[in-house]
Design a protein around this ligand. Sequence first.
Ligand code: SAH
Ligand code: SF4
Length: 381
Amino acid sequence: MRANLLDFDIEGLAAFCAALGEKPFRATQLFRWIHQRGEADFSAMTDLAKSLRDKLAVAAHVAAPVVLSYHASVDGTIKWLFDVGGGDAVEAVFIPETDRGTLCISSQAGCAVGCRFCSTGHQGFSRNLSTGEIVAQLWFAEHFLREHLGRNTRVISNVVMMGMGEPLQNYAALVPALRVMLSDHGYGLSRRRVTVSTSGVVPMVDRLAADCPVALAVSLHAPSDALRNQLVPLNLKYPLADLLGACARYLAHAPRDFITFEYCMLDGVNDSVEHAQQLVGLLATYAGGASWCKLNLIPFNPFPASGLLCSPPQRVQAFAQVLMASGLTTTVRKTRGQDIDAACGQLAGDVMDRTRVQQRMANQRVVHVVRAPFAPAGAVL
Ligand code: SAH
Ligand code: SF4
């Protein structure tokens, strides 16, 4: 079988070239052709010896998943659906801003964590993506955008692993993919412009710190274990004290960085002033006075199966006020691409549910949102 060169970081490609009897600098040339120029056709790689091009044509290819659909939002956000075979499809989203272009990438077909408020989680889990399938989303999007915008310089300046899947549950494929993104011969993104977002796979947070300490975002969503257990089931295995301990250790490898805590605002569930105060207390206890934290409040993007609603803007503001008054850097995420279902948590792709997450979710206790007629919403879980 031919090797897919999108599966290799530069070291892997050097080993592959060595096996073909080629010197390491050939791997660098080849890597640059593929990632910097977007070239998939070996015969067009004119500074490679004809003998090498012929060998590559037999032993290798540059294969990206086929694009099933393409949607552009009125706000400039673009979403692609990639066919990864076997009935699975995953999504990537490009979010243009004045000072940057961010690509949101998927790491798995589905997700086994099964968070209540996430449409990927509701779809269940099919399989991990390969390194090549992760990298291909960036490779395709970058060169598609350059062509469509008529640019020959970089369009994507930031990558966030916030698409479908839990990246730290696909660690072996993730790390080489991150290395391709960071490589000067690849996409040349700085460590701080590549973000891994995790629901809290504690041992892998420690491994990432040692192997490839990119920016870390942690999906918190609740200030107590009792509530987080119900929203993010992984919390039963790795409770908040363990998770925040791992975050503190992470920064020893990434000095002068900060960790972003994501907090999805769910109407009547986790969004009261009391929850905000509890969160301040939690971070004061476990996160060294919280000097290295940033809080990012994400308005919930509703989808029918969740049975949940987005917190009203005033409640999000009141929550943010409590955090800011305690000295926590706090932002409220702008929702982008909602008209094309490309906003956070709306990525559902098309997934064969091989782990019966859907069935387990249906059997779980439903989240009851209890509202008094004229009082602010409160929640009973
Ligand atoms: N599995 C990883 C990364 C993918 S999810 C993680 O959970 O961090 C990326 C972000 O979108 C997470 O912070 C997640 O909690 C958030 N998210 C999921 N569903 C959402 C929804 N319906 N509305 C808003 N944010 C959501
Ligand atoms: Fe998986 Fe993240 Fe969605 Fe949770 S929020 S189900 S971890 S993709």
